[in-house]
Ligand binder design. Structure first.
Ligand code: ASP
Ligand code: MG
Length: 424
């Protein structure tokens, strides 16, 4: 008998008939002799709709109240799912994040899980019940207020609960068959990836592939918990995310490039005319750190000999740009830079693959493909297993397709089926 944790995303529980279908799938897993714990997201676009509603009553809703509101979405789906299971003659109990023992810090809107104490889930399992847990939420250790983990956070709930229960596998059910070599909406010939290492999946998640929440992958890697990403609309085998086969010592040959990710959610700020002196960059980035802004790529030019000044550009989430600009303006008199430039019409395209560690020429081929497609590169950053470039927003699709083709990732026929979801 195995302990299986299953997570169903919003599109898998979008309406009553979807919920009944998911209930059947859960009962089948239980009947096959497994203990089953289920994590659910809110139905369909509920979270977005609740956010829209909040904005209608207040331009800047207090974090505590926003979390109260948003967590109601998952309470609806968990209760309905438990009812649908009961209707099939099986016992199910639904639990809020707080009841399930998901303890977080007190940062509303993007709380971090500190601990999971799943006593009540374990009790339900011991009684032969199916446990249903509301995803994306917890309770603050200090304030005892309800918190949310950030958009897409149900994946993280699933992995955290699975790790705490020492589950055998965490299945993430979504509206596509697994993780693809690129977003099938941009590259119709994208291929499904059968196996992916945690490292590659982390880079993909960080680079805008929307398939898994970044922190969920970090968590799974830490606890070496295998994740199976698959569709709730088909019974096909999905994508398995494991510990890097290389570090496990198997002989598996890794593909050079596993996939191409893209991200349109970032903006670029350029600090123009920064004096080329010790401590100036530190002053700028300290200011941004104090404003709790996560910087992604950074480029500093060589200073112009005549002026002794240089430009520093960096990218950050577009949502944080206003805060960053305000914070930087406050230190303009101290750092005495000339001006600030802001550009939110950018996109990031990233090539990811563990095999690039041992294969020279990947960068040359990538840049060549972009040049042939007429795409200009604005910024570059790399890790051991990733190359990212910033390009004009209008060039993102062309760049993703060019890279996908250059590294022979195209499938012979169209493989990707998007079964549900509104893409919102
Ligand atoms: N319902 C939340 C969201 O839409 C959490 C999740 O779906 O993972 O972000
Ligand atoms: Mg969602």
């Amino acid at each position: 008998m195995a302990l299986v944790v299953q997570k169903y995303g919003g599109s898998s529980v979008a309406d009553a008939s979807c919920i009944k279908r998911v209930a059947q799938r859960i009962v089948a897993t239980k009947k096959a002799g497994n203990d089953v714990v289920v994590i659910v997201s809110a139905m369909g676009d509920t979270t977005d709709e609740l956010l829209d509603l909040a904005k209608q009553v207040s331009p800047l809703p207090p974090g505590r109240e926003l979390d109260m509101l948003l967590t109601s979405g998952e309470r609806i789906s968990m209760a309905l799912l438990a009812m649908a299971i009961a209707n099939l003659g099986h016992e199910a109990r639904s639990f809020t994040g707080s009841q399930a023992g998901v303890i977080t810090d007190s940062t509303h809107g993007r709380a971090r899980i500190i601990d999971v104490t799943p006593g009540r889930i374990q009790e339900a399992l011991d009684l032969g019940q199916i446990a249903i847990v509301a995803g994306f939420q917890g309770v603050s250790q200090d304030t005892k207020d309800i918190t949310t983990l950030g958009r897409g956070g149900s994946d993280t709930t699933a992995v955290a609960v699975a790790a705490a229960l020492e589950a055998d596998v965490c299945e993430i059910y979504t509206d596509v068959d697994g993780i693809f070599t690129a977003d099938p909406r941009i590259v119709p010939t994208a291929r499904q990836i059968p196996r992916l290492s945690f490292e590659e999946t982390l880079e993909m998640a960080a680079c805008g592939a929307k398939i898994l929440h970044l922190r969920c992958v970090e968590y799974a890697r830490k606890y070496r918990l295998p994740i199976h990403v698959r569709s709730s609309f088909s019974t096909k085998e999905g994508t398995w995310v494991f510990t890097d086969p290389k570090t496990e010592g198997t002989e598996m040959e890794q593909p050079i490039i596993s996939g191409v990710a893209h991200d349109r959610s970032e903006a670029k700020i350029t600090v123009v005319g920064v004096p080329d002196k010790i401590g100036e960059a530190a002053a700028i980035f300290n200011t941004l750190a104090d404003a709790e802004i996560n910087i992604d790529m950074i480029v500093q030019n060589v200073s112009a000999a005549a002026t002794g000044r240089t430009d520093i550009s960096f990218t950050l989430p577009t949502n944080d740009a206003q805060t960053a600009l305000t914070a930087l303006k406050k230190i303009q008199s101290k750092v005495v830079f000339d001006s600030l430039l802001f550009d939110d019409r950018i996109g990031k395209v990233s090539l990811i693959g563990a095999g690039m560690r041992s294969h020279p020429g990947v960068t040359a081929k990538f840049f060549g493909a972009l040049a042939d497609a007429g795409v200009n590169i604005e910024m570059i950053s790399t890790s051991e297993i990733r190359i990212s470039v910033v390009v004009d927003e209008d060039d993102v699709d062309a760049a993703v397709n060019a890279a996908h083709r250059a590294f022979d990732l195209d499938a012979d026929e169209v493989e990707a089926v998007v079964y549900g979801g509104t893409g919102r």
